[in-house]
Design a protein around this ligand. Structure first.
Ligand SMILES: [Zn+2]
Length: 168
């Protein structure tokens, strides 16, 4: 597999945008051009999957409900929650197949002060990653840095993952 350079993203700008900017998930759902760097992988009536704009790992995907909801469990009925987790499962399996992950991490974070729209991180861990670079260290921009992947390459990978997820 090709290796990509890592870079320290502008974390101050990222956090400021997350805290005072418009909701980024709603922006992606609405196709707001300010959020065009995410590459939508999959969309159905209720859920959307797209790439993290600042990926710490190749294939780093986010899955979210299209409606603006905030609590990972409390804003969903059990049935709605399980429907969303079906998409998380499809995303994880598609990403795993495309990038050859040793494990796939799945987590929901967010903050009521920024990034409030609930979403699930689907993060493939590349085979052979040293132990101390796994788990949170593999997920967080602060520790891993962002991978500098050319947009054309992201678009091609997004198309392949989207096809595996069975799109639209
Ligand atoms: Zn939203």
């Amino acid at each position: 597999m090709r290796l990509f350079e890592r870079y320290a993203s502008d974390l101050d700008a990222y956090h400021e945008r997350a805290r005072i900017g418009p909701c980024f998930v709603c922006g992606i759902v609405a196709r707001d051009l300010d959020f065009s760097g995410h590459h939508i992988l999959y969309e159905d009536d209720d859920a959307i999957a797209f790439f993290n704009r600042w990926p710490t790992q190749r294939g780093y995907t986010l899955v979210a409900p299209k409606e603006h909801r905030e609590q990972a469990t409390g804003d969903f009925t059990v049935e709605e929650y399980l429907m969303l987790q079906r998409v998380v499962h499809r995303a994880a399996e598609a990403v795993r197949a495309e990038v050859g992950a040793e494990r796939v991490y799945i987590l929901s974070l967010g903050s009521n002060e920024g990034n409030a729209h609930v979403h699930w991180h689907v993060v493939p861990l590349p085979p052979g990653t040293p132990y101390e670079e796994q788990q949170f260290a593999a997920v967080m921009l602060e520790t891993a840095g962002a991978l500098d992947i050319p947009e054309a390459e992201k678009a091609a990978l997004a198309a392949r993952i989207g096809r595996r997820m069975g799109g639209g």
